[in-house]
Design a protein around this ligand. Structure first.
Ligand code: 3HC
Length: 287
């Protein structure tokens, strides 16, 4: 079976959080009809609010027109019922970063979706192969790892599971490109390319701060001015969410050993409930 991007009409997104709503937004801007599903109406509504704010920023910056923003929003349908995704040609799952939750979702999608549908997960570190094994069609499952903020970041990581079919991989590259993104490919190994390299960098930045190498501002300036990245490790950790960084680091540590040990201060911040920008405080304080 050969999947063609030209044949895609409807895109399903599971999860209406930061990543899911971003994926719904870029899919709608690309002209697809989108069904965005979360488990509670309130989460779906929050997803629409995030989309409206983000579309507003894009209109303000001139990236899209007001009427393009309105048309994109109108193409997105919200739901709490997974069965409403049944007609979608491709589904991107962006729910909780928990292997059991993801396996349950994929097992349910396996029941609901037609045979040709491509089932992608936006997981940042979990095994595509383990998620795919919850279905009877592991060849149709792969990783499509978007970056935060999805509407702005150009890159999408395509992850090849043990059983992913070649045409599904090809489809995924073409689909992401149709969303205006550029892709690279990773084998299904912990953290793929990005988080395998990014998480130790963030943890080392946190350790450098905790061990008194420099102030947090100087660590971030050292890396932004010194290596031309847009954000230093502490600011980026706040942007991603400290809970997400900790969870990704723990998965890497479990799979790859001690060189991936999470920074102590990262754990302490998460335990204190300071998760970064989203809670108003992480390494920095936000209004
Ligand atoms: N929606 C729409 N537009 C947005 C936006 C959003 N959520 N956030 C920012 N923008 C737009 C702004 O409107 C602005 O547009 P303009 O230049 O046309 O006026 C542009 O993006 C730049 O935004 P700002 O001027 O507010 O701020 P910055 O120049 O600092 O850019 C940033 C913000 C794009 C977030 C930039 O700091 C950046 O690239 N940071 C690094 C982000 C990063 O590395 N993300 C990947 C994290 S790793 C990951 O996601 C993987 C996961 O598994 C952990």
């Amino acid at each position: 079976m050969t999947r063609k991007v030209d044949a895609v009409e409807r895109v399903g997104v599971v999860g209406a959080g930061t990543m899911g709503s971003g994926i719904a937004q870029v899919s709608a801007i690309a002209g697809y009809d989108v069904v965005m599903r979360d488990i509670e109406t309130e989460y779906v509504e929050n997803g629409f609010e995030t989309i409206e704010n983000s579309l507003g920023r894009q209109v303000e910056s001139g990236a899209i027109t007001e009427s393009e923003a309105e048309a994109a929003e109108a193409r997105i349908e919200g739901t709490t019922d997974l069965e409403d995704l049944a007609d979608c040609d491709v589904v991107v799952e962006a729910a909780l970063e928990d292997i059991d939750v993801k396996r349950d979702i994929f097992s349910d999608l396996d029941e609901v979706m037609n045979d040709e549908a491509v089932l992608a997960t936006n997981t940042s570190t979990l095994s595509i192969t383990t998620i795919a094994a919850a279905t009877e069609r592991p060849g149709s499952v792969l990783g499509l790892h978007f970056m935060n903020p999805v509407p702005v970041m150009k890159g999408v990581e395509v992850v090849n599971g043990e059983k992913t079919d070649g045409d599904v991989l090809e489809f995924a590259h073409a689909f992401a490109e149709d969303l205006g993104k550029e892709t690279w490919e990773s084998d299904d190994k912990p953290g793929f390319v990005t988080n395998r390299i990014l998480m130790p960098w963030i943890n080392e930045g946190i350790r450098a701060f905790d061990e008194g190498v420099a102030t947090k501002e100087d660590i971030d300036s050292g890396m932004t001015l010194g290596t031309n990245v847009p954000m230093g490790p502490l600011e980026l950790a706040d942007h991603i969410g400290l809970d997400i960084c900790l969870h990704a680091s723990e998965t890497l540590h479990e799979e790859l050993g001690d060189r991936y040990t999470p920074a102590y201060l990262l754990k302490r911040k998460v335990e204190a409930g300071d998760l970064g920008k989203k809670t108003g405080e992480g390494f920095y304080i936000y209004d």
